[in-house]
Design a protein around this ligand. Structure first.
Ligand code: AMP
Length: 184
């Protein structure tokens, strides 16, 4: 059973690595960013509310995110395990997740922090070409990460679940490091 939370700044490679590992373990890759982008594309009410925040590089308000995650983790495929990518993003979300996992009688195995220097993050995001990957939004997303998401490193190291992986290596090397971690 694998249940992992991927932390790390935008552009660290969380999405790519979470996707690869989830396939390998036959468990769902749950990316709140992907779910939100699908809602925006389908113009659902949630998508319409979320779009402005995403375009500005701000976090979408917790009240829109929390029920979305509750619903997703409650789906049958998540019983076999999961990789959470992009959630939690702040302490409120992390506290909510702790309670939700208690209710579901589950617990995360590890919280993986992908470490990548800022200059490399910006370079990677600029080459990705996503709608919210312009210079101004990238700068704002890095600020939001530092202010709201980076404190989760302390939150989870207090719970002794945190592992840091050097994300500033080739994609294959990062995948190999992550595989070793889940097999250990
Ligand atoms: P990501 O694909 O994880 O980089 O997310 C893209 C954008 O979606 C972020 O910049 C936020 O606007 C929004 N987003 C994704 N996950 C969350 C979350 N857990 N809480 C709030 N906003 C989120």
């Amino acid at each position: 059973m694998t249940r992992l939370i991927f932390l790390g700044p935008p552009g660290a490679g969380k999405g790519t690595q979470a996707h690869l590992l989830a396939e390998l373990c036959h468990i769902p890759h749950i990316s709140t960013g992907d779910i939100l982008r699908a809602c925006v594309a389908e113009k659902t009410p949630l998508g319409e509310k979320a779009q402005g925040y995403m375009d500005r590089g701000e976090l979408v308000p917790d009240e829109l995110i929390l029920e979305m995650v509750r619903e997703r983790l409650g789906q049958p495929d998540a019983i076999a395990g999961w990789i959470l990518d992009g959630f939690p993003r702040n302490v409120t979300q992390a506290t909510f997740l702790d309670k939700l996992l208690q209710e579901l009688e589950q617990h995360s195995d590890r919280v993986v922090n992908l470490d990548v220097p800022d200059a490399v993050l910006v370079e990677r995001m600029l080459s990705r070409g996503r709608k919210d990957d312009n210079e101004e939004t990238i700068r704002r997303r890095l600020e939001v990460y530092r202010e709201q998401t980076a404190p989760l490193i302390d939150y989870y190291s207090g719970q002794q679940q945190l592992v840091s992986v050097n994300g500033n290596q080739s994609m294959e090397e990062v995948t190999a490091a992550l595989k070793q971690l889940i097999e250990s």
